[in-house]
Write a protein that binds this ligand. Sequence first.
Ligand code: THU
Length: 162
Amino acid sequence: MAHPLHLTITVEVVASEADLTPAEAVTWQAARAATNHSYAPYSRFHVGAALLLDDGTIFRGTNQENAAFPSGLCAERTALFGLAAAHPERRILGMAVAARPATGDFVPITSCGACRQVMAEYEHRQNQAIPLLLPGPDGSIYRFRSLSDLLPFGFSADDLPG
Ligand code: THU
């Protein structure tokens, strides 16, 4: 016997930046601005991530590349690791990611698998869902309710024995 298990992830497609809440718009703009501080001389693909914190401030991350390619890190993880190292007491209320080639306009992006695992960890750690904004097609913005929505069937601390 077998039966299907249907998973439902609700993503709102926001038509444009004008339709974001004020707090979302600040986070969104910060992610876009952060791409200017990306260090991506090899891929020339500049990624920015922004975290809206519970004190109203924004913490930024950018991709950091390296001549030894695997030593680089994505924007999402520099943001989350950087925050956890510098301000571990802060809660994250929202996250946004933006990307653009060195020459050219912003493009849609979705986070890589390793970043999804890390995103899920920090959400789990603070025991509070973190909404996520990702750029979609034609200027739209995907509004996810939770970082963990990017990682169905993800492994977490709950799966560890003891
Ligand atoms: N990158 C990110 O920073 N975030 C993503 O979600 C996908 C990829 C970076 C890694 C590398 O520096 C460049 O983009 C090209 O893969």
